[in-house]
Design a protein around this ligand. Structure first.
Ligand SMILES: Cc1cc2nc3c(=O)[nH]c(=O)nc-3n(C[C@H](O)[C@H](O)[C@H](O)COP(=O)(O)OP(=O)(O)OC[C@H]3O[C@@H](n4cnc5c(N)ncnc54)[C@H](O)[C@@H]3O)c2cc1C
Length: 350
């Protein structure tokens, strides 16, 4: 059978591509080798249109957020599972000085996602200087979404559960050939696995390791994310996620005692309730040096494309970027210049 697409990878990027192609009635096959500790499965799953540090709007949040909500809601219907939960977020102030600075900044650059500062916070949260409420936040439970999409693809007979063998992709004919399959195009969405990809060598990645804790807390906030450098995210029942750490220097993708100690220290500054740690996970984020995604076609063959570089914001960006990439490949609709794979990238400075 001739396919419209082969997709390599079923993290958030590959899942968003699959959802977009299902909506457009395209014929495709997903190839994924599955890793328990893929960034997408480990992720906190926060969708947040605001940069918590300075209360600025996240880059293009107005563009990404509506399509993320629409797309994840459609996926919930198709997959018969619930994994998208809108939440309020409170960004706790560290000091009067910080509160004052943020107030001034918001006066100069108003942000519609930030509400009036307040002093009331949920019981059990230490916030003597008050907090800024943030709107438009949601929790995406990737540990429900990804397996549900996987099962859907499996049932439809369009999932190959194996590593992609780059040497087997033949590009000489009018159609791409991979084993028994022929396809018009292939999109690589392998996250950090892209380092083995011969069609996209030397991309400007600076992968970051992230770790988070899963907690049980009696009487914690049920519908509010608490943010103070790290995020405490209600994940249903008494379960919470707390994280995530950032490391640029690391030797493997395993959880570390150092990250656990740091996260616990930050948690104790924030939480006045007893808690129990029930899990610690680590993953590698596909972060790009300029903190923007990487989309587009391989210079040598326009049928070979890439959706990667989601960094620490995959949940808000993946659906709109999947749509934009398909529009680019099928209708020549230009991609935003900031995401094009061929752009010149300098190091991120701030
Ligand atoms: C601790 C932590 C917390 C995070 N919190 C958030 C958050 O709150 N909000 C947010 O938006 N983002 C968060 N992120 C970032 C988010 O997880 C990433 O942006 C996103 O998951 C990247 O998705 P991806 O599909 O590009 O890559 P991945 O998740 O790495 O998925 C790639 C997939 O491709 C498969 N693959 C790779 N190579 C091959 C191959 N050769 N053959 C077959 N299959 C292959 C892998 O097995 C995997 O399934 C967090 C990340 C971490 C680590």
């Amino acid at each position: 059978m001739t396919l419209d697409y082969l997709i390599v990878g079923q993290g958030l990027a590959g899942t968003a591509l699959a959802a977009e192609l299902l909506m457009r009635d395209r014929k495709f096959m997903v190839i994924d080798r599955f890793r328990m500790n893929s960034s997408s499965l480990v992720a906190t799953g926060l969708i947040n249109p605001v940069i918590a540090r300075n209360l600025n709007m996240y880059w293009n949040a107005d563009y990404f957020l509506p399509y993320a909500e629409k797309s994840f809601r459609q996926m919930e219907k198709r997959l018969g599972e619930s994994f998208y939960t809108p939440l309020e977020m409170l960004r706790i102030f560290r000091s009067d000085e910080e509160r004052g600075k943020l107030e001034e900044r918001l006066e100069a650059h108003p942000n519609p996602y930030v509400g009036s500062f307040r002093t009331e916070v949920p019981a059990g949260i230490a916030a003597p200087r008050g907090a800024a409420p943030i709107r438009g936040v949601a929790y995406l439970e990737t540990k429900t979404l990804l397996p549900a999409m996987r099962q859907y693809l499996r049932n439809a007979g369009i999932l190959l559960e194996e590593p992609f063998d780059y040497g087997k992709l033949l590009c000489e004919g009018p159609l791409l050939q991979y084993g028994l399959w022929q396809a018009e195009r292939i999109v690589f969405a392998e996250g950090p696995g892209v380092i083995e990809n011969p069609w996209f060598p030397d991309l400007p990645f600076a992968f970051t390791k992230g770790e988070l804790l899963t907690l049980e807390i009696e009487g914690g906030p049920q519908h509010t994310v608490i943010s103070k450098g790290h995020n405490l995210v209600p994940a249903g029942d008494k379960r919470y996620k707390f994280g995530a750490s950032y490391a640029w220097d690391y030797s493997d993708a395993r959880p570390t005692p150092e990250a656990r100690a740091l996260l616990e220290e930050r948690l104790r500054e924030l939480l006045q309730l007893p808690y129990k740690i029930i899990g610690q996970e680590a993953g590698i984020r596909p972060t790009v040096r300029d903190r923007k995604p990487l989309l587009g076609s391989a210079g040598s063959d326009p049928r070979i494309a890439l959706l990667n570089g989601l960094g620490s914001h995959g949940a808000i960006m993946a659906p709109a970027l999947a749509r934009d990439l398909i529009d680019y490949l099928e209708n020549d609709k230009p991609l935003m210049k900031e995401v094009r794979v061929e752009r010149k990238i300098k190091a991120h400075n701030g």
